[in-house]
Design a protein. Structure first.
Length: 66
């Protein structure tokens, strides 16, 4: 059996606003409002904005439940 050099990882570094909204069960506009109010941290640069994966743990704790 030949092993692939590419490994699949479950750990994401960041999520798009739409992906993050799906994870927490909210609308994307809710995420934008939370970022604007400073409740959720976003990484911006080069015309893109992403939500760090660490925000899931910070907001919801280790359980990850909304």
């Amino acid at each position: 059996m030949v092993k692939s050099n590419k490994q699949k990882t479950d750990r994401r570094v960041s999520y798009s606003f739409a992906e993050f909204a799906d994870l927490v069960g909210k609308e994307r506009t809710w995420i934008y409002r939370q970022v604007k109010m400073g409740r959720i941290r976003a990484i911006t640069g080069f015309g893109a904005a992403m939500i760090p994966a660490s925000e899931i743990e910070r907001i919801f704790g280790n359980g990850g439940a909304a």
